[in-house]
Design a protein around this ligand. Sequence first.
Ligand SMILES: [Zn+2]
Ligand SMILES: [Zn+2]
Length: 346
Amino acid sequence: MKAAVFEKTGERLVVRDVAVPVLGDDELLLEVAFTGICGSDLHAAETPGVLPPGTIMGHEFTGVVVQSTSPDWPVGARVAANPYWVCDTCAAGGRCEGGADAACSSGSFMGFRPDLPGAYADYVRIRAAQAIRLPDNVSLQDGALMEPLAVARHAVDVCGPMQGASVLVIGGGPIGLSVVLMALDAGAAQVIVSEPDPNRRACALQVGAAAVIDPVAEGLSAALTRLGVGSPGIVFECVGAPGFLQQTIDIMAPRGRAVIVGVCMTEDRVLPRAAIRKEATLKFVLGYTMADFHHVGRYLSRHAATAAAMVSRVVKLDELPEIFDRLRSEKSLIKVLVRAGQGPAT
Ligand SMILES: [Zn+2]
Ligand SMILES: [Zn+2]
């Protein structure tokens, strides 16, 4: 089969022939339909020491079962997958030492190690327990948005009730936009998005944001005052770069809640006193649970067309290495999907 393989930091991915994965017990081989290119993949590929050579990335995918060693999943089933590969103890129904709840701390995400290849490939192997059946009216293409939407669903769930609230989302990339959708789904009265890129701001309005802010042109605080929101009680930080944690603390209302979804990979400075004065609640989130995926599946069966506004382009596997590099600098591209495999597209 063909796969886009990571060879070396700073070098372009290489599309080449690799072996089709071999199944163990209770596993599924999917012919990949669509795979989303994720910001984490871009980060991993450019940060020295993160990805071993030979890694096949791609953790946001849908496909059709072409081989199954699970009694529960027939050939032909259309599925998305939770790409988190739990440890063998948790997979056998036990609970490993680190497993506080659904999250097994000894597992890892598919697509970041050579022994857990992802779906920048014609075929991908998953455990049956990772599969989520796509609702009949959700296409394989729209289903590829399930993973980023599940990240957002998890963040919104962890945040707690937001019925009738004004919510600020900092960062209008795929995760920020997914948070807009999931916050509105959870009953937020209005969601405002702060994002410097004009294309991403336009997309935020398309997916339902009440207003957008260009933080470079206007400044976040001044814009929120102009919009009559003042200090929002709920803030989602979806950038993950130095300075944004402090900005979140500074902008939020006293006793407000903030969820830190963006993954900042370097040290960052904050002034704790600013958060203390507000008795601010800051929550940090990672990943999702199977319940988040099932929630998103139901959501997509009602609102797939709205979520699909995030997709800027669909490319073939051969075109992946080039667009992968372009995504670093072209912020006007939002979510790019790769059409891998030769199977059905719907
Ligand atoms: Zn992702
Ligand atoms: Zn475990």
